[in-house]
Design a binder for this molecule. Sequence first.
Ligand code: PLP
Length: 436
Amino acid sequence: MSNNTDFRYNTGATKVPWAAVGENYNAADLMEVISFLMQGDGPEYEQAINAVYEQVKKLDAVSTPPGKLTTDKQVAAAEAACNEYLGTDSSTFVTNCTAGFEIAYKYAGIKEGDEVIVPAITFVATMAYPLAVGAKLVFADVDPRTLNMDPADVARKITPKTKMIVPVHIGGYPVDLDPIIELAREHNILVLEDAAHAFGAEYKGKKIGTIGDFAAYSFHEVKNITSFGEGGIVTTTIPGFGADMKRARFLGLDFGTTPIKDWLYNVTPIQGKEKPFVALNYSPTEIQGLGLRLQVARNEEIIAQRRRAAEYLNSRFEGNPAIIPQDLGNDDIKPTFHLYLLQIDPALAGGDVQTLKKKLEEKSVTTIPHFGPLYRFRVVTEMGYDPEEMAKTCPNCEEVFYKRFTHLPLYGLSDEQLEYMADAVLEAVAEMQAGK
Ligand SMILES: Cc1ncc(COP(=O)(O)O)c(C=O)c1O
């Protein structure tokens, strides 16, 4: 038995087996799944779905159900696909990206009294674990051009208590990692990359997620690719820890060491940087594994399509000094174009981004509800952080969030929709400039 599977039952070919899967899914259940994933109405749809049902019933009569639904071969195949794509051997599939962070934070032994540097703008998932265990969050200001953590501000905010730095590749645009890694090495600090948006992004010829000590990607449904709505991959560059991450995902079950007397396995702690820790359970299902493997195979094409949409928007905004378009990257920086970062220069646009967002809403263009300054959320302020004091240490964050940026959607839009969105942005800015 390997440590890479959620082993419970499944006693195999015996006269009286104990199956791993209790109640299996039947043809009628499967049809519900198909109708959920492929929705529609009208006579043509009804005809097609009924025809599928007839075939599924025939298939049901001659097929056997899978022996396992939780972490096993499909999950391993998805991990192998990620390993090959990313150039690592440590991909560990977990329930979501936040679970991947938790494993990394536990390896670092983050606890009360420690400091963790996170960017001032990101999703709450980035900081949830250190906040939950009472560690001190230190908010690094952002680079106003990319919204990513500013390495110079990280350097200013490192103290002897800093245990971890967490760069977030916002919108899939790689953080300038070299100076951050250098600082981390100098001060014996671990780097956890929040690569939730950055599966497939590259920094100086390497895939994001293979550079810091840890990285976690999200396959939540809003990301570029998904594993049926939820899922994450965590990777590490710490020698030997890749194998331990598999056990850190599933309660520390250990088939590799001597089992306890008269039993099948042992349960061992996971060795962290300084101390061992107890593993919890973040096992994904085989269906998630299957879903991820299928979409990983399409990732490059998806990034290319998103890039084309971003290039189109940039070409439409070119020459308008009030609009600062998305940075498309260069030989060293290859983004995933998860979000289109639209910024304006308020002085030239005749107003700030709050006005622009209202105008876009009136024109029926969605602006993605983007990430706010973390230190303004109640979960942070009620832990004793003073938002105004924090804001003083993050002036760029305040300026870009309130005045300059929003995100636009990039994927699954028709040429007409993209054109409409570009027209709407240009019209909205023109109206603002005209004082309307
Ligand atoms: C920047 C960032 N980090 C982390 C996460 C958490 O991902 P998950 O929902 O897979 O835990 C998200 C999800 O939206 C995110 O946007």
